[in-house]
Design a protein around this ligand. Structure first.
Ligand code: SF4
Length: 358
């Protein structure tokens, strides 16, 4: 039986349906003596139509609606704070007890991208990342992750919808694998949020066994690998996970991923001045990607209080990019959005205008 409890248990004893797939809702329906097709009807209301009040689910029998009101609910966390950057980026901070997590909504041309967190804090200790300073609190539930997407979507004006989704907020998504897989099912389904898998990217620091599991499960969303350095010594200093899964293993997994999906893999490379942004580092990167069909996404380091690294100048970033291209045929420089509200990549640590919410 599919686990029907990926949502946080409700305080009033009701079962929270937010974050459940139709299969999981069907399991719950069977406990109420209802046929499985009700699950799809309810999922449609919750995710497609954004209706969370059972009384308003007009194609359900009145008696069944009453039954649902008695024993179930659709609960979405309310953000504790909302911040807006002059560039239009919005950051939402959620809190449950001591656990914090954040979501970011970015506008860029026609794109409306939501970046979600999959854990409260993170235990992987990447040296350049503000989230690492929180330590690991817990994995988020499916309902808490889907809730971030829905709350971010509510900020959009009428007629606009979320076009892209990235799992690059707090936490390492593949450490919360089962829940993330569940969320991806809800995200991509036509009874769900209906956001194309082609426009959904999950970012990992490179948990090699989980990458193979991803391949085996045939997950359609894109997987991006945060590389940051292409030699083991430096990468292990910056990202302790490299001591467990060194570059040679990561490379094999990346090649297997491209073979299985027929798609190029994206490597993210955060550039830090005089740490990993010289031409010698670019040469190592070119050597690493040999035989891997890939794209490289360069990100200028986003500073945060207490960090020991500096953001390189545009000239340094361009010189790095110019060495890579065309040795690597697809190189992009990511726009830094939401820098001033600590909403950019690597900055999420529960900071608001009033200070840290921890
Ligand atoms: S970069 Fe990702 S995996 Fe590394 S500490 Fe930050 S949130 Fe965790």
């Amino acid at each position: 039986m599919t686990d029907p409890k990926p949502s946080r248990p409700s305080e009033n004893g009701r079962v929270n349906l937010m974050g459940l797939t139709p299969t999981q809702i069907a399991v719950y329906m069977s406990t109420l003596g209802e046929p499985a097709f009700r699950a799809r009807q309810v999922s449609n209301w919750i995710y497609r139509h954004g209706v969370h009040d059972f009384h308003k689910m007009s194609n359900l029998k009145a008696e069944f609606r009453e039954k649902l009101c008695d024993c179930a609910e659709v609960f979405i966390d309310e953000p504790q704070s909302r911040q807006t950057s002059p560039d239009g980026t919005r950051k939402l901070l959620f809190r449950n007890g001591d656990d914090l997590w954040e979501a970011v909504l970015m506008r860029d041309g026609e794109r409306r991208t939501v970046c979600v967190s999959t854990q409260s804090g993170c235990g992987l200790g990447c040296r350049f990342c503000a989230t690492a300073t929180l330590g690991f609190k817990r994995n988020l539930t499916s309902g808490e992750i889907v809730g971030q997407i829905l709350r971010a979507g509510e900020l959009l004006p009428k007629g606009e919808r979320i076009t892209n989704l990235v799992f690059m907020g707090m936490g390492e998504p593949l450490q919360n694998y089962d829940v993330v897989k569940n969320v991806l099912e809800i995200v991509g389904a036509d009874w769900g949020l209906d956001i194309s898998h082609r426009r959904t990217t999950v970012s990992t620091v490179g948990l090699v066994p989980a990458i193979y599991r991803w391949i085996e499960d045939g997950i359609k969303a894109g997987l991006a690998i945060s590389l940051v350095a292409a030699d083991d010594e430096l990468r292990s200093q910056l990202m302790p996970i490299n001591q467990r899964f060194p570059l040679a293993e990561l490379k094999k997994a990346a090649i297997a991923l491209t073979e299985a999906t027929g798609r190029r893999v994206t490597f993210e490379y955060i550039l830090m001045e005089n740490v990993n942004d010289t031409i010698a580092h670019a040469k190592k990167l070119v050597h690493f990607i040999d035989r891997i069909p890939c794209k490289i996404n360069l990100i200028r380091f986003h500073p945060h209080p207490g960090s020991e690294y500096r953001r390189p100048s545009e000239e340094r970033v361009n010189a790095f990019r110019d060495y890579l291209y065309p040795r690597c045929p697809a190189v992009t420089i990511r726009k830094s959005l939401g820098l001033d509200i600590d909403a950019a990549c690597g900055q999420l640590a529960g900071r608001t205008k009033q200070g840290y919410a921890r």
